[in-house]
Design a protein around this ligand. Structure first.
Ligand SMILES: Cc1cc2nc3c(=O)[nH]c(=O)nc-3n(C[C@H](O)[C@H](O)[C@H](O)COP(=O)(O)OP(=O)(O)OC[C@H]3O[C@@H](n4cnc5c(N)ncnc54)[C@H](O)[C@@H]3O)c2cc1C
Length: 397
């Protein structure tokens, strides 16, 4: 009987839409409940590893996403004090051959749109916007999701894909956020306004004491994404606000002029005070499970949060397939398949932040870490991350 009910997804972000697609592929009708007035994304870029493209393919939207991405020639890290090249990893033909898919940079809106179009084309996903999930009740036959304004929805199960401040996680886990004190400013700049000496077809990072700067092309090179991060002098609270050019200017006094150009460019910035949470050992609670940032909120230093949300969705679909749509068994297999991998991202990301922001002798160690390393050795080190695909996504025990 419960299979006749739709599955409910809380949140219409990248994770929620990917989950909706995975569920439709398992034969379910899906209700997506989104608090915003429209289903959409913020205007910023995102990096996608080959694992994300494996996930897009498994969700049936690989071609849509590929058509909107920019394929980089390499990733490069420079020391922001003296322009020293700390590491460079080619992401051209050899990389694609090794991992079966490209490394790409893309506008978040274009990732989201690819998933949204895919979901709409199925005709099996119903969207309810301006619908804020408040809590969920469950019984033997299904779940009742209660939203603000007294609305409620009945479903066979609930996927909590409601992001870093997940209400669903709060109800079942209730753990605190770990505010980092690291602040991120993001902006998208037109090519005409972007310095010609930085117009590289690469995911580029400048690493400096207590700060770093990232830039890469978007939309066929017509735009550039600019992201700068610094350790705040003040006490931060987790959240997104409008940025102030004066504030960001005040943090990058010591870095080299070439990198410093980046902070002078944007006319307006968005400001993120970032946080993550300690990884947890349980995401599934009866007919409810968590997905994406709701399950494993992370700092952004591995550039993998959205990639992990896409992987989660594919793995959820596979777990349902293996267990013939039995939610309890599938949700258990799903969490067993995902917890260690996503915790590795959260923990590695914290470590990567330390490496990026090294100063003094630690900076010298950082600059020596990858000296003379061949592309093949870099690829070997990335195998655990980029070697993920639909065929190896499920836990074997
Ligand atoms: C600065 C920065 C850079 C990043 N760069 C990268 C990168 O390069 N590569 C990468 O892979 N990832 C990156 N990420 C991470 C990535 O953005 C996230 O991991 C990803 O967007 C998570 O998707 P999600 O769907 O789980 O959550 P979200 O995108 O947050 O979506 C959650 C959705 O749920 C809705 N919602 C929330 N609460 C409720 C509620 N109670 N009821 C109904 N709806 C609700 C929200 O409105 C939203 O639409 C970056 C993140 C940051 C902050």
């Amino acid at each position: 009987m419960s299979e006749k009910l739709p599955v409910i997804v809380a949140g219409g972000g990248i994770g929620g839409l990917a989950a909706a697609l995975a569920l439709v592929r398992r034969g379910f009708k899906v209700l997506v409940l989104e608090q915003a007035a429209e289903i959409g994304e913020i205007g910023a870029g995102i990096q996608l590893g080959p694992n994300a493209f494996h996930a897009f393919d498994a969700l049936g939207v690989g071609e849509k996403a590929r058509g909107r991405a920019v394929y980089t020639d390499y990733m490069v890290m420079h020391d922001a004090l003296d322009e020293y090249e700390v590491g460079k990893i080619p992401t051209g033909e050899a990389f694609i051959k090794r991992f079966g898919n490209p490394y790409a940079v893309i506008h978040r809106v274009d990732v989201h749109l690819s998933l949204l179009e895919g979901a709409q084309e199925t005709g099996e996903v119903e969207f309810h916007t301006s619908t804020h999930v408040e809590r969920v009740e469950q019984d033997d036959a299904g779940v009742t999701v209660i939203c603000s304004g007294g609305k409620s929805f009945r479903g066979a199960a609930l996927i909590g894909a409601d992001g870093v401040r997940s209400v669903v996680r709060d109800q079942y886990v209730g753990d605190p956020a770990r505010v980092t004190g690291h602040v991120v400013y993001r902006a998208v700049v037109d090519k005409a306004d972007f310095p010609t000496d930085l117009q590289w077809n690469a995911a580029s990072i400048w690493v400096g004491p207590n700060c770093h700067l990232v830039h890469y092309p978007l939309r066929g090179g017509e735009q550039y994404n600019v992201v700068v991060t610094f350790h705040s002098r003040g006490k931060e609270e987790w959240g997104v606000t409008e940025g102030s050019p004066e504030e960001v200017q005040s943090y990058f006094q010591d870095i080299c002029p070439k990198a410093r150009q980046l902070i002078d460019l944007p006319k307006s910035w968005k400001r993120w005070a970032t946080a993550d949470r300690e990884p947890i050992g349980q995401w599934s609670f009866g007919r409810v499970t968590l997905l994406g940032d709701a399950a494993h909120p992370t700092t952004q230093y591995m550039a993998q949060g959205a990639c992990m949300a896409l992987e989660d969705a594919v793995t959820l679909g596979e777990a349902l397939r293996v267990h013939d749509n039995d939610f309890a068994k599938a949700f258990d297999l799903y969490q067993r398949s995902r917890i260690a991998r996503t915790a590795r991202i959260v923990l590695s990301s914290r470590e990567m932040g330390r490496i990026y922001h090294a100063k003094g002798v630690e900076r010298l160690v950082r600059n020596d870490l990858w000296r003379g390393r061949s592309a093949e050795r870099f690829y070997d080190a990335m195998e655990w991350l980029y070697g993920w695909n639909v065929d190896n996504c499920l836990a074997r025990n």
